[in-house]
Design a binder for this molecule. Sequence first.
Ligand code: SF4
Length: 293
Amino acid sequence: MERAATDFPLRVTRYFAGLMKKGDADDPLLRQVLPTRRELDPTAGYGPDPTGDLAAAAGPGLLHKYHGRALVVTTGSCAIHCRYCFRRHFPYAAHRAHDRQWRDLAESLAEKKEVSEVILSGGDPLTLANSRLRFLIERLQEVPHLDRLRIHTRLPVVLPARLDRELLSILTESRFRCVMVLHVNHPAEITTWLATALAPLRPAGVTLLNQAVLLKGINDALDTQLLLCEKLFDIGVLPYYLHQLDRVAGAAHFEVSRARAKALHEQMRCRLPGYLLPALVEERPGSAHKHPL
Ligand code: SF4
């Protein structure tokens, strides 16, 4: 376990650890963050950059894969280290946008006239202090053809207090239409603290979506997925994507076969209203879109 944690250390918030069941080595939240020696097993087909991020690099910290959208790698930091993370080997030092490059980044985006949506990603963009986020968003607002700001974050799920009033002001004062895409994998991650922290966002016009990763032994049971979708709706979040695992080195033991994933998704389709059914997708490097399975 120590060797598995050398390059990608164990990291978890006290809050998230507090949601785990004590004494249960199979707790679904614990298994997402606890390094295991299985991460050291080399597995054919698994590599350091499973989604082709590096080939999509288009400027300082900028990834441009899909028409109309560009993604900013704002930071390499996260409040939690998910063992299955597809960017666990990402060379953040060379490929993230440092503060001094944020003006250059806005200039790069200004040249990409077809881009109307900018996605803040990382790492987790909400590990940035509010002052830095405000500065970055102000620079992005100077690009006239950007309309939408999307934030990909797991931070509210592992530290709900991060959604503070100042952050809300930054989002509501910007001219962007804002979308926050959370990352919740299991119904036990949905708490009254999370619900309370998210409550002001929707009335403020922020669209709330969720993307989950299908993980063997963690959320690959029908009841778990149904409860996840329903509890997300209860807190005002729509299930958006259920991702087939990206084949990143060290995460092979989390993979659910495509056949099982498709069968599970069909069962979900029979039980959920269409608006609560996330799209089951996988990412293929170099493709112009995510692929529905
Ligand atoms: S929070 Fe997101 S970026 Fe950070 S380790 Fe987890 S999956 Fe990866």
